[in-house]
Design a protein around this ligand. Structure first.
Ligand code: COA
Ligand code: ZN
Length: 499
């Protein structure tokens, strides 16, 4: 099955700027450990950072921004040990970057750890110059030149980040890039710091800079305040920026930056380039979800729970005939599979396919009647296979449910340690597979959980996972015995479409 990479249909026109470029030359810089840790509420342990860095290298990101050593002792320690992994050959390919303000102390600390590159940032818009740095443009140029040169004297490669570049005066920005280049920076990052660029504007900006300040490579660092980060990153790459900054899940300040998974898939989809091993991105997203405590929303491109689950009958019918009808790219690219739900939006084709998958064949009249009954149950968020088989039994008068359904539900009340935030414990608990519902309660206990498992062994495993969450003091488990297939409107199983 082929969702052909490269242009097809209208996308061949490539918007205002002409056709998509051929032979796109671009790599990813992952900043989950630096920008990502600037997400409110996120703090990775050193060990977690090492694990994330190894996985990032495994999937093939070109650069890892490991952190800003001057921020805190543990940040410094993480940067030091990630550089150690590179030195020991555990991290094989990725360039390791240490972040730094344009001050000698930061640069010395960063360079002393022996990274491949030090990245020095400085705000270059008038608003940053006036209200943050309290410097004139001339002073800024001399600071940038001096600091880049100072870092180069430590024998490291240097990237200069023009912070807030998209709100800077263009003529001044050109001078900034030339100054950084002439002082020894081989890369300049164009930061859309507050996410206000448009793809067209950014494409022209990068084209202009490549023309007016040649001899240096450009990065794009696009924030997502207006939901434009991925589009802006691609536009910059089309104009010749050769590194795109991303974080796993799009973590970062405020609305974050461009998500690694979306950028990587978009690059393959549009330009036919495998910028990383896409099969690793889901595992990475889940790992970072767990360590950051920031949940992946069901609608998140590429990694969200829903993004390969079709619902409306017309869509499912199309997908059953050829998945390309309603998919931008095949789930196999990222090691996932497609689903579809059965509910009041279901059509005949979807229903027949599902019943056939369950080994049930019905006449056209029976099918119509089953569908009518499904559509009457508009309270059900979706129907599980058991529910569907029960309806099919009623309609056909035949015994269809061969296997007794097995599942156990349990309620677990949790008491938290007195010195922790219940909400953060609740959030961690909600990430444990098998935990279906998390409710904060008042009284003797703090949190009520609803679990679901296929058997007692699995149930024990879930309860053990709950007990091992930081902040959980004690638990009490009650089993819920429930007659199955009786109109449970909760989350049910979904089934892969086999096509
Ligand atoms: N280059 C040089 N100086 C910079 C700068 C830059 N790019 N950006 C900000 N500064 C200066 C500010 O002008 C201000 O200086 P002032 O105290 O003389 O006014 C100072 O850095 C920032 O203020 P503050 O955070 O209060 O200073 P601090 O000395 O207590 O802490 C950090 C500095 C960097 C250790 C601290 O802010 C921190 O841990 N930051 C997290 C990392 C971060 O901010 N990263 C931004 C990445 S875009
Ligand atoms: Zn940023």
């Amino acid at each position: 099955m082929a969702a052909t990479p490269g242009c097809s249909g209208v996308s061949c026109f490539g918007g205002v700027g002409g056709p998509w470029p051929q032979g796109m030359r671009v790599g990813l810089l992952d900043s989950t450990l630096r920008e990502g840790e600037q997400t409110p509420g996120v703090s990775f342990t050193v060990e977690q950072k090492l694990e994330i860095a190894r996985l990032l290298d495994e999937i093939g990101v070109a650069m890892i921004e490991a952190g800003h050593p001057s921020v805190a002792p543990d940040v410094r320690e993480a940067v030091r040990r990630i550089i150690g992994l590179k030195r020991d050959g555990v991290i094989r390919r990725a360039e390791i970057i240490a972040h730094s303000r344009a001050v000698r102390g930061d640069i010395e600390e960063a360079a002393s750890l022996g990274p491949d590159r030090v990245a020095i940032f400085y705000g270059v818009s008038d608003v940053h110059l006036r209200y943050k740095h309290r410097r004139s443009r001339e002073e800024a140029l001399s600071i940038i030149g001096e600091m880049v040169e100072y870092a180069r004297q430590h024998g490291v490669r240097v990237r200069f980040t023009a912070e807030d570049a998209t709100r800077a005066d263009y003529g001044f920005l050109v001078e900034v890039v030339r100054t950084a280049r002439d002082a020894g920076a081989d890369r300049v990052s164009i930061a859309d710091t507050v996410g206000v660029a448009t793809p067209y504007g950014l494409r022209r900006l990068i084209e202009g800079l490549r023309r007016d300040a040649p001899g240096v490579e450009f990065d794009i660092h696009a924030h997502n305040d207006l939901g434009m980060a991925v589009a802006n990153s691609l536009a910059a790459a089309e104009a010749g920026a050769s590194i795109i900054h991303v974080t796993v899940g799009g973590l970062g300040e405020r609305a974050g930056i461009a998500p690694l998974e979306a950028v990587a898939v978009a690059i393959k989809r549009h330009y036919g380039v495998d910028v990383v091993d896409l099969r690793g991105v889901v595992r990475l997203a889940r790992l970072v979800e767990r360590y950051s405590g920031v949940p992946i929303t069901p609608l998140a491109p590429v990694v969200g729970e829903n993004v390969f689950t079709h619902k409306a009958g017309v869509h499912v019918a199309g997908v059953l005939s050829n998945p390309e009808t309603y998919e931008a790219f095949p789930p196999e690219w990222v090691g996932r599979s497609r689903d579809y739900t059965i509910d009041k939006y279901t059509g005949r084709r979807a229903l027949r396919a599902r019943l056939e998958r369950l080994g049930v064949s019905v006449s056209d009249e029976e099918l119509a009647e089953i569908l009518r009954r499904i559509k009457e149950r508009s309270d059900a968020r979706w129907l599980r296979d058991e529910d569907l088989l029960e309806i099919a039994e009623e309609v056909t008068g035949r015994a269809l449910r061969l296997r007794p359904p097995e599942h156990i539900e349990a309620l677990v009340t949790v008491r938290c340690d007195s010195n922790v935030y219940t909400t953060s414990v609740a959030r961690r608990l909600s990430l444990i597979p098998g935990v279906e519902e998390v409710i904060e309660v008042t009284g003797e206990n703090d949190i009520l959980l609803r679990l679901r498992a296929r058997n007692p062994v699995e149930l024990n495993r879930v309860v053990e996972a709950i007990r091992s969450v930081r902040g959980v003091q004690s638990t009490y488990t009650m089993l819920v015995l429930r007659k199955l297939g009786s109109g449970d409107t909760g989350a049910g199983e979904k089934n892969a479409i086999s096509s």
